[in-house]
Design a binder for this molecule. Structure first.
Ligand code: ATP
Ligand code: NCN
Length: 220
């Protein structure tokens, strides 16, 4: 069984990595692929370039065997719709391999606004990680009634179509808060892996315009 976690990853942080690891272990996933999106469909353009976001994801996934990076959304033009990604994965994996799309509760709450959202269930299971401040009781009720899986074993029994809610360790970490800390000259250390922090510092990512000017002056 394969899991995928899509995200803007601007930057990747422990709020992505720890729940991903817990879900991978709990579901006994053979592989968990992180899929950085090229052009996020429902939000402003990312602050860091695609190449930087990819490099940070690569640094992070290298820390754990069983994690990998899938670049297909970066290599496609147009908005990175999940349904297109799942269709291309399904073509490669064939119809029988169980595939799990991992989402945080905040992303799950907006699922019915996604491009061709009804088709997602024919392509993958949906595994929802609880996230601090993001309970979505109405979305849960609406969706769970017909599709909720009772256990990880239910997911293995079919290639797609079920929803599983996973009570992972609650980490109140967001990429927005990390970008904000850096822009204010504060350290985001211990919210994200050290190699990712080093990468951010080395490339001067997320600095405010003022700090960018200072950094440029220091480099010249
Ligand atoms: N702390 C967290 N706990 C659980 N899930 C999370 C957490 N942070 C992100 N996710 C989930 O990971 C996926 C990718 O998230 P994304 O890259 O947008 O990170 P983010 O921290 O939400 O970013 P931003 O603050 O820029 O919106 C989404 O499904 C999101 O719900
Ligand atoms: O397919 C869609 O319409 C769609 C709409 C919103 C978000 N997504 C996907 O959901 C994942 C998390 O998105 P985000 O904006 O929270 O980083 C990422 O893989 C996006 O491509 C997908």
């Amino acid at each position: 069984m394969i899991g995928i976690l899509g995200g803007t990853f601007d930057p990747i942080h422990f709020g992505h990595l720890r729940p991903a690891l817990e879900i991978q272990e709990c579901l006994d996933l053979d592989e968990l692929r992180f899929i950085p999106c090229g052009l996020p469909p429902h939000r402003r353009r990312p602050q860091a370039d695609m190449s930087h976001r990819l490099a940070m994801v690569e640094q992070a996934v290298a820390l754990h065997p069983g994690f990998s990076v899938d670049r297909r959304e970066l290599e496609r033009d147009g908005p990175s719709y999940s349904v297109d990604t799942l269709e291309s994965l399904r073509r490669e994996l064939g119809p029988h391999v169980p595939l799990c799309l991992l989402l945080g509760m905040d992303a799950f709450a907006g699922l019915s606004s996604w491009h061709r959202w009804q088709d997602l269930f024919g392509l993958a299971h949906i595994v929802v990680a609880h996230r601090p401040g993001s309970d979505a009781p109405r979305a849960r009720e609406a969706w769970a009634a017909s599709r909720q899986a009772a256990s990880p074993a239910d997911l293995r029994a079919a290639p797609a179509g079920r929803i599983l809610f996973m009570p992972v360790t609650q980490l109140d970490i967001s990429a927005t808060a990390i970008r904000d800390l850096v822009a204010r000259g504060r350290s985001p250390r211990f919210l994200l892996p050290e190699p990712v922090l080093t990468y951010i510092q080395r490339h001067g990512l997320y600095l405010s315009t003022l700090s960018q000017r200072d950094a440029c002056r220091q480099n010249n």
